[in-house]
Ligand binder design. Structure first.
Ligand code: NAG
Ligand code: NAG
Ligand code: NAG
Ligand code: NAG
Ligand code: NAG
Ligand code: NAG
Ligand code: CU
Length: 205
């Protein structure tokens, strides 16, 4: 009984030790997400940072790239809305949009601006291992022949915010990572927290 209480406390600590994966959008005026092929665990955050232009991060199905997932499945999915980098840049900030990874289902993502998606502005989080045909390259190939569609309801499913353009402090989402420039920022190693919790449990038992 006491142990399970402690186990719960350990889990609670774990929940606060959050990994944030940074995806740079439109670096150097490119039509890219970087990285475009990302693996993220349940409970991780993915923070899109908008470096240039006016882009979105919008979820689709694999089969219908450039089209919101809500139109092709019963999943609502996420859509950042259009995020112009210049507006934040003018204030020395960088616009960000953060999503929570709730499961390890593949997340196929496109930009809903103009023909960016058809031009290959697309990425995947947790590409499926079970179906080797469903690759990012195959998704982009399908996108070439697609027509971009916008979700009807506006931005949904994530948290917009700003991060300091130079030092990585931020508000909005779980963006407070200092992970700028790195592929991912680990605030506290989960194993450290587990060990600490285990030590604590040993003391009390
Ligand atoms: C943008 O391109 C320049 C020149 O190729 C390069 O030096 C710079 O590192 C790039 N910036 C980013 C953020 O990748
Ligand atoms: C961004 O793109 C959207 C869709 O094309 C447009 O409605 C919006 O005005 C654009 N914003 C800026 C600041 O260019
Ligand atoms: C959503 O769609 C999936 C796959 O088509 C189906 O298995 C599931 O039962 C549906 N869920 C709801 C709530 O309709
Ligand atoms: C992958 O594609 C090949 C060739 O089209 C097909 O024979 C195979 O069944 C596909 N695999 C899956 C898991 O869909
Ligand atoms: C995870 O769940 C939250 C809360 O339901 C939701 O807002 C968010 O969009 C989900 N994340 C993804 C990637 O769907
Ligand atoms: C980062 O920038 C913010 C806003 O300019 C500032 O308040 C903060 O002190 C800076 N943090 C560091 C570690 O430099
Ligand atoms: Cu775009």
């Amino acid at each position: 009984m006491q142990f399970s209480t402690l186990a719960l406390a350990a889990l609670a600590s774990l929940a606060s030790a959050q990994t944030v994966h940074v995806v740079k959008v439109g670096v150097n005026n490119s039509l890219t997400y970087e990285p475009s092929d990302l693996t993220a665990a349940v409970g991780d955050m993915v923070q899109f940072q908008f470096f240039s232009g006016n882009h979105t991060a919008t979820q689709s199905t694999f089969d219908k790239p450039c089209s919101p997932i809500s139109q092709n499945s019963n999943i609502t999915g996420f859509h950042s809305g259009f995020i112009p980098a210049a507006a934040s840049e003018a204030m020395g900030m960088r616009a960000v949009y953060s999503i929570m990874i709730n499961n390890t289902q593949p997340l196929w993502i496109y930009c809903a601006k103009g023909n960016h998606c058809e031009s290959g502005m697309a990425m995947v989080i947790n590409k499926p291992a079970a179906n080797p045909n469903r690759t990012l390259a195959a998704y982009k190939e399908l996108a070439k022949g697609a027509t971009t569609e916008l979700p009807t309801g506006g931005a949904t499913g994530g948290t917009p915010g700003q991060t300091d353009a130079t030092n990585g402090t931020s508000d909005g989402g779980a963006a407070d990572t200092g992970a700028q420039g790195a592929g991912a920022g680990m605030l506290v190693a989960p194993s450290t927290v587990l060990l600490a919790a285990a030590g604590f449990a040993a003391l009390l038992l």
